[in-house]
Design a protein around this ligand. Structure first.
Ligand SMILES: [Cu+2]
Length: 307
């Protein structure tokens, strides 16, 4: 009786595993909107900037096709070897050691593949590191073009400094700065923020605005890295060095990132929280920050930190 049940059970398990995989796959496309990772997520976080558009197009398009092609080729070769050249089918192996054509091919074809991958890769890299001047065109999701996306020049400069172990955000032109610390599990839950990503004071920026990000680290500290996946930002924070990158977020919301350089004992506990608000909300927030402090500024924003 039990023996008969097993195939049915196995089929059920297989079906639910397939459904789970499908659900998490489609979930990766749809439900990871909130700007932070979700359980069961496959794939990259939803893009809200031109740079992340490029990274997503590069990964989901060219890289995925290249990888899949290579995996299929190797699989086919392995199957051919197993079927045609096993000891039974092929008792007396050939004694060949060289084949010039095959050797040239397995050298030249990978070189061509690497060049094809390198072209958009360097394009995206130079987009990330070139601050918009209002003239330059960016690749966006069309990574094989010469640039089609217009990006306005930066309207705001923010300096993020990595300390051991928290971030400090300075609005350079306004000469206003505040620290951003991780929240305890209880406080994160109370404010509707994800565990280990929630912060007390988020970096607040206006939507549809180019932000120049200057990244550095405590002069007497260690190297960190400032990374926000939904923005396509990841850049080292090095003591005594000012690195620059930029982003222009097109969607209001809360986006999380983490320190991405193994920096020491609390490396895992210095998350980055960025709150993208409307232009009006930002103007009110900034006025309150300039008149008072970060607490009074944050009080002007709607209570819930989560979307
Ligand atoms: Cu760090």
């Amino acid at each position: 009786m039990r023996g008969h049940d097993r195939p049915g059970l196995r089929a059920k398990v297989a079906a639910s595993a397939a459904a789970l995989m499908l659900a998490s796959w489609t979930g990766a496309v749809v439900a990871n909107e909130p700007g932070h990772p979700i359980p069961g997520q496959i794939g990259l976080q939803t893009s809200v900037t031109p740079i992340m558009d490029s990274i997503t197009a590069f990964h989901d398009g060219l890289l995925m096709w290249t990888i899949s092609g290579i995996v299929l080729l190797v699989l086919v070769l392995l199957i051919v070897v197993m079927l045609r050249f096993n000891a039974k089918r092929n008792p007396r192996p050939s004694t060949n050691t060289h084949n010039t054509l095959v050797e040239v091919l397995w050298t030249v074809v990978p070189i061509i593949i690497l060049i094809v991958i390198a072209v958009p890769s360097f394009g995206v890299l130079s987009d990330q590191l070139t601050i918009p001047d209002g003239q330059r065109k960016y690749l966006g999701s069309n990574i094989f073009s010469f640039g089609e996306v217009d990006v306005p020049a930066p309207a705001l400069t923010i300096k993020a400094t990595g300390y051991t172990w928290y971030w400090n955000y300075e609005y350079v032109d306004q000469a206003k700065a505040f620290d951003s610390n991780i929240l305890s599990d209880a406080d994160a839950a109370a404010t509707g923020q994800p565990r280990l990503l929630g912060v007390d004071n988020m970096l607040v920026v206006p939507v549809d605005t180019t932000i120049r990000m200057q990244i550095t680290a405590d002069p007497v500290g260690v190297i960190h890295a400032f990374a926000v996946p939904s923005f396509g930002i990841r850049i080292d924070a090095v003591p005594g060095r000012l690195n620059e990158t930029w982003f222009n977020a097109r969607k209001v919301g809360v986006y999380y990132g983490q320190c991405s350089e193994l920096c020491g004992k609390d490396h895992a506990f210095m998350p980055i929280g960025v709150r993208v608000v409307t232009q009006e909300e930002f103007a009110t927030w900034m006025a309150a920050l300039e008149a008072g402090n970060v607490a009074s500024a944050n009080a002007t924003l709607t209570a819930s930190a989560a979307q």
